[in-house]
Design a binder for this molecule. Structure first.
Ligand code: PD2
Ligand code: ZN
Length: 282
């Protein structure tokens, strides 16, 4: 490996193979960054390389990442979420998915809606072409992000999610609240960042890939608004305080986590989404 200040030029098959070996041997991001810099890589180029997923096997699928999963899910109805017990009433293995009952109290749902309502604007999605944000015709909701830990309510809910999923609170993105009026929907998509897109490497600098999603329902639309999983032929109907959790160890359609928000037919729909990253999200 030679000294390099550009981002791409030294990502040869030999470097990719070296990286896969080092990861298989258990070396973490910090140790790999140190090794690359010692070998003469510029820090920016090394970080860029380390943000790219390792590809494995004859199909060149992304290397599977560790994902959250609640202790005893699928073995017991009631799961420990620290200050609350939560019931896992539906359990799928492929994709790994749980429908959770009673994650939030009805007071917490109402408080979240009231705190979010004055701060709503047309929803943006992360643009993987550029790494920036843009409005998206596939997503006709309005939304806002809470900062992680910005109030006692948010901290309480984040701590509960961390306990339930066994995943560090620091690895969570800020909680996003979305509101869908009649006719609004979120067309089917994957929540991970597509490794093939040019903006993904820069998005991954802030905590790595998304590895799991928790969608919490804050109210009940009169009709429509289910969260649908076409590969699993599953529709989760919103119920205040319930949630759907699913993980994706590989940022690839093999995860079978294609999902969407079906159009709201009557009434409106409020949700809060927590996306979990591989590492601390800064
Ligand atoms: O509102 C939903 O059901 C929904 C559907 C798809 C939410 C999300 N994705 C999300 O927040 O990622
Ligand atoms: Zn989604």
């Amino acid at each position: 490996m030679s000294t390099n200040n550009s981002l791409e030029q030294d990502i040869t098959p030999a470097v990719v193979a070296w990286l896969a070996d080092q990861r298989a041997a258990g070396f973490g991001q910090d140790q790999l960054l140190k090794s690359l810099i010692e070998a003469g890589w510029g820090e920016a180029a090394a970080r860029h390389l380390l943000a790219m997923p390792a590809m494995v096997g004859p199909d060149h699928l992304p290397f599977p990442l560790p994902v959250p999963w609640p202790a005893h899910a699928g073995e017991r109805l009631a799961l420990d979420a620290g200050d609350r017990q939560v019931n896992a009433i539906t359990v799928l293995q492929d994709p790994p998915l749980l429908v959770l009952e009673g994650l939030l109290s009805s007071e917490e749902c109402q408080e979240l809606i009231e705190a979010a309502a004055p701060r709503m604007s047309r929803s943006l999605t992360v643009d993987v072409k550029t790494g920036g944000e843009e409005t998206n015709v596939a997503r006709t909701s309005e939304g806002m992000f809470f900062e992680r830990g910005e109030s006692e309510l948010i901290s309480r809910i984040e701590a509960r999610i961390g306990e339930l999923l066994g995943w560090p609170v620091e690895n969570g993105e800020g909680l996003q609240v979305l509101h869908y009026g009649p006719g609004a929907e979120y067309k089917p998509h994957y929540d991970y960042f597509d490794p093939a897109e040019p903006g993904t490497a820069s998005i991954l600098q802030r905590g790595g890939q998304r590895v799991a999603t928790l969608v919490m329902y804050l109210n009940e639309p009169e009709a429509g608004g289910a969260t649908v999983f076409p590969d699993a032929t599953l529709a989760v109907v919103p119920k205040c305080g319930n949630a759907v959790f699913f993980s994706y160890s590989q940022p690839h359609p093999v995860s079978r986590t294609l999902h969407g928000g079906a159009p709201v037919l009557t009434g409106d729909k409020w949700i809060a989404t927590k996306w979990l990253r591989e590492r601390e999200f800064i």
